[in-house]
Write a new protein. Structure first.
Length: 276
């Protein structure tokens, strides 16, 4: 069933678990995620990142993902991940995404708030949820212009009071796209934020967060974890293994029938880790 992000966040906050937000890049990995969620009777978020929107038009993406979400036996949210362009975010809302993230984190806080406020005004008319980010979560690779900046409590409170997003992404030492290393979460800053902010929080860069830290964050007010790298690694490793096993294999459906269960298992591991 297709839902918005708020439908998933309030139960998660109340019952002390978090919902995984998986970046997907095609039907196969999206199907793998939904299959894992259905097996656990868990809610899940299918996210589309900036790279995917540059590869495939928004309405084509919705045409691929929306029927899958509608037919799912569990709640599924369709989320537009980090996007820095307000017109694109508004088009995503109109196209059928049920959650969007306008990322103004690289702007002065006043401009960030103004942009989020504009998106919220449009989204609320059609029941779409909005995510904002205060502070800045850096990238290990691929986004060198993104700064590293811990979330300031006063700025976060300003965002919630003036723009009223449904969830807030925070920077507490987390880093996007870490592959084989882990970060140390600043739990002092996190606990200060958690005490001051009465809203579901979001952690980006989950693949670089230690397992026990993920569990600790999920038991707090972090209700959404963005997950991409570990799923893409599982997809790529499975693809390489499948092709190496049979050098004559070329049929796409046969190849994907081997890969989908592997990706589904990775999604299942993360759903379990987050407490559903």
């Amino acid at each position: 069933m297709l839902v918005n992000l708020s439908d998933l966040m309030q139960p998660a906050m109340k019952h002390g678990y978090a919902v995984p937000c998986f970046n997907v890049f095609g039907y196969e990995d999206a199907l793998a995620v939904v299959t894992a969620a259905e097996a656990r009777n868990a809610s899940v978020i299918l996210a589309v990142n900036l790279d995917m929107t540059m590869f495939m038009p928004l309405d084509h993406i919705i045409g691929m993902l929306k029927p899958l979400a509608l037919s799912a036996k569990v709640p599924v949210c369709l989320h537009l991940d980090h996007n820095y362009d307000i017109p694109t975010v508004l088009r995503a809302i109109d196209a059928g995404f049920t959650s969007v993230m306008y990322d103004g984190s690289q702007l002065p806080i006043e401009q960030n708030i103004a942009g989020v406020r504009q998106v919220v005004a449009h989204a609320k008319n059609v029941g779409v949820s909005v995510e904002a980010e205060v502070g800045s979560v850096p990238y290990a690779s691929g986004r060198d212009h993104i700064k590293s900046e811990l979330t300031d409590i006063n700025e976060a409170m300003m965002m919630l009071q003036q723009a009223k997003p449904d969830v807030l992404a925070v920077s507490v030492g987390n880093v996007h796209r870490l592959e084989n290393t882990f970060v140390d979460i600043d739990f002092i800053r996190f606990e200060e934020l958690q005490a001051a902010l009465d809203v579901p929080l979001v952690i980006h860069g989950t693949s670089g967060v230690k397992t026990h830290d993920i569990q600790k964050l999920a038991k707090g007010n972090v209700c959404k974890f963005n997950i991409g790298t570990c799923l893409r690694q599982r997809f790529g490793n499975s693809l390489r293994h499948t092709l190496a096993t049979d050098p004559n294999l070329f049929d796409r459906l046969t190849i994907m029938k081997n890969i989908i269960p592997e990706v589904s298992q990775e999604a299942d591991n993360m759903i379990d880790l987050l407490g559903q």
